[in-house]
Ligand binder design. Structure first.
Ligand code: SF4
Length: 520
């Protein structure tokens, strides 16, 4: 569909104005289209934090072709801004940062830029997981919670007109990684420093609950306003970067969440609560009931299986939810326990049954193949679990006169840095194909089941970008110039295979670590 800039702006509804004019000009971007970006609460949160500064004018930019290199609000050229700040949530979007710089006529490498160019900043999960592959292109990485670090960045920017001195100041602050001052040209640490502290918000301030401030029909969530409910997770699954990065579960106060509900309900009747462990908020039932009383339709991001209880699912169904997403990850209790996720198939089926009896018909399940210790029996166990799930859904569907849909999504394990699986090998392409065939053969004949196969190449690139070092940058440059993932592998195989945050023995060459939560 053709990108209609005036129509997009006209269709947005806001809870507060966004000042496009200020002494400092900051453009906040997302390395993907408007449709994808506006579904990201992290992106919207950075825009709102920027708009809170009276003397800062903020505009947004995306990768939609007619606007690439310019902003949505005023079509201004990105080269005219003081700062370009990207929120990058997915590794595969990283090359779009370079192609956006190309479109704006700004040199890709920070070493080729000077005070005539904007300061290039990247934050979000990709920066926090591993900033090294993108480091030649970026002036400043923001590692950690936006509500702590982004205002600190803007304060530093206001107080310093000299670019070199600003970078020096930031390089000395926790949560900022400045490649030109922290790395030599080969990506090795300059000096003795090998550790950068990330900054993690305590989330105790009820006025600082991240929530959408713009609602638009042109997103995946179409008109839904999002509210963050918590960070971290009570579990510590061995493959999960989130649990090792964000630490233990911390919830926003019910008061703060309901204030955001009221703010959003002035512009939409559709609310989505997001978090890695959204079902673990102790007052979730009360919050859902409050939404029901306000006539709001509510959706939750994926639920941990123990959170699929009647007192949560009933008010959720009463608010209009018809599907729920869970992540069994694998098909047998043995392998799931070895992941440090000791949830039995029996408990999963009980959760499905509860969802069905509460009127939530459609189930999405996510699985990972290539887990350490996985056998063909574990793969057949996935099909067995899907078959039993479908039987339950058919039994409940008969009573209701309609059977819900079952979707099984698969990913290949991407070993993430700083997790216990950080040094695990990734499956070969051939082996990943063989394992998926085992699942699909065993699952043949399950009615109403849709299987969403993994993209091996995407998983491979995610692995290189999350576990690689600066040598992956050449591949990112070619990706930005339009090479396909397959072509990139052919050209850069030697460099990316050798590239690693982890030497053969000992700790990673750089440690990007989380410190104790900090009060806002
Ligand atoms: S339950 Fe989910 S978010 Fe929590 S540690 Fe496991 S995979 Fe990560």
């Amino acid at each position: 569909m053709k990108f209609n800039q005036a129509g997009i702006l006209r269709d947005e509804t806001r809870v507060r104005p966004m000042p496009a004019v200020g002494a400092l000009r900051v453009a906040v971007g997302y390395p993907n289209t408007y449709f994808v970006a506006m579904s990201s609460l992290a992106f919207q949160w950075v825009v709102e934090l920027t708009a809170a500064f009276d003397d800062v004018g903020v505009e947004r930019f995306f990768t939609d072709p007619p606007l690439l290199g310019r902003t949505l609000e005023s079509s201004s050229h990105l080269g005219d801004f003081d700062v370009l700040a990207w929120t990058c949530s997915f590794e595969l979007d990283a090359p779009n940062i370079l192609s956006t710089l190309d479109a704006a006529g700004i040199p890709r490498r920070s070493s080729e830029r000077d005070h005539n160019h904007p300061i290039v900043v990247v934050g979000g999960a990709v920066a926090s997981i591993n900033p090294l592959p993108l480091s030649p292109a970026v002036d400043v990485f923001v590692l950690g919670s936006a509500e702590l670090l982004w205002p600190a960045f803007l304060h530093a920017l206001r107080g310093e007109t000299d670019r070199g001195r600003l970078l020096e100041t930031l390089a000395g602050m926790d949560g900022f990684f400045v490649p030109s001052l922290h790395l030599d040209s080969r990506g090795a640490p300059l000096g003795k420093r090998r550790r950068v502290e990330k900054r993690d918000a305590h989330m105790s301030d009820p006025s600082m609950v991240p929530a959408s401030h713009v609602v638009t029909p042109h997103t995946e969530y179409s008109g839904r306003g999002l509210i963050e409910m918590s960070r971290g997770c009570p579990e510590k699954c061995r493959y999960c970067w989130v649990s090792y990065n964000y630490g233990r579960l911390r919830c926003y106060s019910t008061e703060g969440i309901l204030e955001r509900v009221d703010r959003l309900s002035s512009i939409t009747k559709r609310i989505g609560f997001v978090a890695t462990a959204v079902g673990d908020h102790p007052d979730l039932g009360e919050i859902l009931e409050a939404c029901r009383k306000r006539g709001l339709e509510v959706a939750l991001s994926s639920l941990r299986i123990p959170a699929m209880r009647r007192e949560i699912l009933e008010p959720l169904a009463a608010s209009g939810a018809r599907s729920v997403t869970i992540a069994p990850e694998t098909g047998t209790d043995r392998l799931r326990t070895s992941l440090n996720k000791p949830i039995s198939n029996e408990a999963i089926l009980e959760a499905v049954e509860t969802a069905q009896t509460c009127g939530i018909e459609n189930i999405k399940m996510y699985f990972i193949i290539g887990l350490p210790g996985e056998t063909d029996g574990d793969l057949r166990g996935i099909a067995d679990l899907l078959r039993k799930t479908q039987s339950l859904m058919v039994a409940h569907g008969r009573e209701r006169g309609r059977v819900g849909s079952l979707l099984a999504g698969f990913n290949v394990l991407v070993p993430k840095p700083y997790t216990p699986y950080a040094r695990e090998p990734m499956l070969t392409r051939r082996e990943a194909k063989r394992r998926m065939e085992i699942v699909e053969t065993a699952a043949a004949g399950i009615s109403n089941l849709t299987i969403d196969r993994p993209s091996y190449r995407q998983a491979q690139w995610q692995t290189h970008l999350s576990r690689g070092d600066i040598s992956v940058y050449g591949a990112l440059e070619d990706a930005a110039s339009g090479k396909t993932l397959g072509g990139l592998l052919a050209t850069h195989r030697k460099a990316v295979d050798a590239s690693s945050l982890y030497p053969v023995e000992g700790p990673p060459i750089w440690q990007f670590v989380v410190s104790a939560p900090v009060k806002t």
